[in-house]
Design a protein around this ligand. Structure first.
Ligand code: NAP
Ligand code: GLV
Length: 350
């Protein structure tokens, strides 16, 4: 295997070789490419329909696939799945002509990349275009937790508000406090840059140092243990991998400061949900702001019932502009590859 995962933080993307891409397309077309003007059969998540324009879809023979339908068998050359659709060994077996999986998300833990690589199938994602939207939503969760926004809304809605009180719903003042970022890639760094405006000190844990980020923000790199110990707000921004799954568990929660806030807009399985619910029930943790869950759309019942949570339905990248750009990049990857060009945003290099 000569491939290498790409798309790491800080840009520097490695392009898939156009030779191997062209070979895969020509092999599919029977060697000569003489049918390349024929519309190519592709599977596209039906939920993306209203985000795509005619130019994104021209010359494709599209089968729209809704989230509740299983992935069909067939001669499709491309699939554009949502992050909720698993694409692995069975799907590769059932889609023998597949050339590209163009995931409509930056995270690609729903795709078996090793199986794809063994089959010579290109995998692409949608980096960069969703960084700001997701960093903004992370801050919405940080502020909602720190300033007890949901409890305030509940007081108003329940009709129990009796007027201004000097000790009502006292929250955490962010200025001078420490933000701990686990995973300082595109989104983690964007969250860190926003912290400067709130007067926070920044700590981060990452596999590799980020000198530019440190220069720009004064951030300091720490191991996860000290980061949890020093931070008033901990925010998670790694992908879901065998190394990061369950990284927040009863042991690591016990290392967090009493009253600290945990925010997760990365992937749900980074957090052991029952352990988090217990830490909230026992009042050890100040609050948790979550956008993602281990078994979406299910949420651990104890976590759903836990106090001081702000729970959102995986809307990190959900602005009109960003969702359009994500869909457009996914289709641009398909069109590039079917035209024999390198993919724009590959997750591994053949
Ligand atoms: P990215 O630029 O690739 O950043 C990921 C960072 O995680 C990288 O800096 C990487 O470190 C770091 N990392 C990986 N494994 C690690 C480990 N074991 N320990 C410490 N750090 C580790 O990705 P991104 O664009 O910021 O996106 C991050 C994740 O956010 C995505 O994978 C996705 O799951 C999630 N996401 C969620 C939403 C939402 O709607 N809630 C939206 C967008 C993204 P190195 O730089 O050292 O390699
Ligand atoms: C959303 O969760 C993404 O990975 O883009």
């Amino acid at each position: 295997m000569h491939s290498e995962l790409v798309g790491k933080a800080g840009g520097g993307k490695v392009r898939a070789s156009s030779y191997s891409v062209k070979s895969a397309v020509l092999a599919h077309l029977g060697g000569s490419g003489k049918h390349s003007h024929m519309p190519q059969p592709v599977l596209i998540a039906a939920e993306l329909k209203n985000l795509l324009g005619p130019a994104d879809l021209a010359d494709l023979d599209i089968t729209w696939l809704s989230a509740d339908q299983p992935t069909p068998k067939g001669d499709y050359v491309a699939i554009v799945p949502l992050l909720s659709r698993w694409v692995g060994g069975t799907e590769f077996k059932n889609l023998p002509a597949l050339i590209i999986v163009a995931n409509c998300a930056v995270g690609y833990d729903n795709v078996d990349v090793v199986a794809a690589e063994l089959r010579g199938v290109i995998v692409t994602n949608t980096p960069d275009v969703l960084t700001d939207a997701t960093a903004d939503l992370t801050w919405a969760l940080i502020l909602a937790c720190a300033r007890r926004v949901i409890e305030g809304v509940d007081v108003i809605r329940s009709g129990t508000w009796t007027g201004w009180h000097p000790q009502q719903l006292l929250g955490l003042e962010l200025r001078g406090k420490t933000l701990g970022i686990f995973g300082a890639g595109r989104i983690g760094q964007a969250v860190g840059r926003r912290a400067l405006g709130f007067g926070m000190k920044i700590r981060y844990a990452s596999r590799t140092p980020k000198p530019d980020f440190e220069r720009e923000t004064g951030a300091t790199r720490l191991e996860l243990g000290p980061l949890l110990h020093e931070s008033d707000v901990v925010t998670l921004h790694t992908p879901s991998t065998p190394e990061t799954k369950g990284v927040i568990n009863s042991d690591t929660l016990a290392r967090m400061r009493a009253g600290a806030i945990l925010v997760n807009t990365a992937r749900g399985d980074l957090v052991h949900e029952e352990a988090l619910a217990i830490a909230l029930e026992e009042g050890r943790l100040g609050a948790a702001g979550l956008d993602v869950y281990t078994d979406e759309p299910a949420i651990h019942p104890r976590l759903r019932a836990a106090p001081r949570t702000v729970l959102l339905p995986h809307i990190g990248s959900a602005t009109r502009e960003t969702r359009r750009r994500m869909a457009a990049i996914a289709l641009a990857n398909v069109r590039a590859v079917l035209a024999g060009q390198p993919p724009l945003t590959p997750v591994y290099r053949p």
